[in-house]
Design a protein around this ligand. Structure first.
Ligand SMILES: *Cc1c(COP(=O)(O)O)cnc(C)c1O
Length: 433
């Protein structure tokens, strides 16, 4: 099984997730259906929390990257686990507020916060802005000035590191829409500018090199670049950064050939580099933050679908159509992301039938996964499970073709409950005048 929270029933026929029968869950809640394993989410948070406590000084906390999967219950879990959060829009801020999350532990990202976003975040006391550029600093200075307080800010920098991941989720290179480059000298100039703003308190620096990162050393190299920059700012302006945020990005296993990353080992390695580099540079070790999204929630998720039609084109290939598609699982359509799939009610049968599992949207690119091996008896009414879907599924979902978005059901301690209700047909026309 691709993840340890996935298993089969005693008679070998049904797929279990978090110890619960997925076929029964599909019957009870309908499909398509997002499942989330709550214990898994919590245990991932605890792994990060413990690694931070073991390695870094006071004030260092892991921040959950909300964009991976954002709904009220998720923020309650993050609050209970003592995590901070990163948010990227007023919508995420609003959701966190509705969940009762303490926004003083929120870091507000985005390469283009509107004036309205800036005002909204300040009115709701978001702890930190992660400012992307000089334009944003001016907007923050203006709005904080009106409110007569100092907004805490980190600057997002691009350290010039290629994380060797998908192009669409690679963000730390010099040529990026995000952040200011260290290499071009623009980052240094921006620090000089920020330090002159009376209503902006510069707390430190942020970088995020990419997502689904497995390559060795990426975080270590980023940390060294960022600490070098901190030392340079100390020399140049006498300014010593209090916080260093290294972003998110640790990869997770979608298919058997993906490596297994041990977060404990990874954080320990980065910490060793940080300790030795600070010592070498003669700078005080900053509070460390990281922003894991995928590695907290991805393998806590699964999507269940019901098979509709099975079609074989002689001399070409076979298609298995399911009752969802790119609207609920867009990552294959976006960048041909790989996944593991199971025929959830036929786990005892051999998988000797090759097919492309496709969605029901009116797009040829609406593919869940090409060339999947399934039991040859697969037919209408069977349940297909798509694994490792806790990140970048619900949060990226759309109503394309006016398909309602699925419910999210949480699995916890042998029971289940709805955290996000399934959209109804009425929901689809709610804003139509
Ligand atoms: C996307 C993103 C993250 C989370 O990345 P994961 O790969 O999901 O861990 C963290 N920080 C920033 C700024 C991001 O854009």
């Amino acid at each position: 099984m691709i993840c340890e929270n996935i298993s089969v029933s005693r008679d070998g026929s049904h797929l279990l997730f978090a110890g619960q029968d997925t076929v029964s869950l599909a019957q009870e809640y309908g499909t398509p259906l997002y499942l989330m394993d709550e214990e898994r989410i919590r245990s991932r948070c605890r792994t990060y929390k413990a690694a931070f406590a073991r390695n870094f000084g006071p004030g260092s906390v892991p921040l959950y990257a909300s964009k991976a999967n954002c709904f009220k219950r998720m923020y309650q879990i993050m609050q209970e686990e003592g995590m901070g959060i990163d948010v990227v829009s007023s919508g995420e801020i609003y959701t966190a507020l509705q969940a009762g999350f303490d926004l003083s532990k929120a870091y507000f990202h985005s390469n283009n916060k509107t004036d309205w976003d800036v005002a909204y975040a300040m009115d709701n006391h978001v702890g930190y802005f992660v400012a992307d550029n000089a334009e944003e600093i001016k907007a923050v200075e203006r709005e904080a000035g009106k409110r007569n307080f100092r907004q805490q800010v980190l600057l997002r920098l691009t350290p010039g590191i290629d994380p060797h991941t998908y192009e669409a989720i690679s963000t730390g290179k010099v040529d990026s829409k995000f952040g200011v480059a260290i290499e071009t000298g623009q980052a240094s100039d921006l620090v000089g500018f920020v330090l002159k703003q009376p209503h902006v308190e510069l707390c430190g620096f942020h970088c995020h090199v990419g997502s689904q990162v497995f390559a060795e050393d990426v975080f270590e190299r980023a940390a060294v670049k960022m600490l070098d920059f901190i030392a340079e700012m100390k020399r140049k302006y006498g300014y010593e950064a209090r916080q260093l945020d290294l972003g998110g990005g640790y990869g997770v296993r979608y298919v058997e050939s993906d490596p297994h990353l041990d977060i404990d080992v990874k954080v320990d390695e980065v910490a060793r580099t940080i300790h030795s580099t600070c010592e070498r540079l003669g700078i005080r070790e900053p509070e460390i933050h990281m922003e894991p999204g995928r590695s907290i929630v991805a393998d806590a998720g699964m999507v269940l679908y019901t098979v509709g039609t099975v079609k074989t084109i002689p001399g070409y290939k076979s298609y298995v159509s399911i009752d969802g598609g790119m609207g609920d699982s867009p990552r294959y359509a976006l960048y041909k992301a790989k996944y593991t799939l199971y025929a959830a009610n036929k786990m005892a049968e051999p998988c000797d039938f090759k097919a492309s599992v496709v969605g029901r949207c009116c797009e040829s690119g609406d593919i869940i996964q090409a060339g999947v091996m399934l039991p040859s008896s697969i037919h209408r009414g069977d349940i297909i499970a798509l694994c490792t879907t806790g990140a970048y599924h619900y949060s990226m979902a759309s109503n394309y073709n006016r398909l309602p978005r699925p419910a999210t059901v949480m699995l916890s301690g042998g029971t289940s409950y709805v955290a996000v209700r399934r959209e109804s047909l009425e929901d689809l026309v709610r804003n139509d005048l």
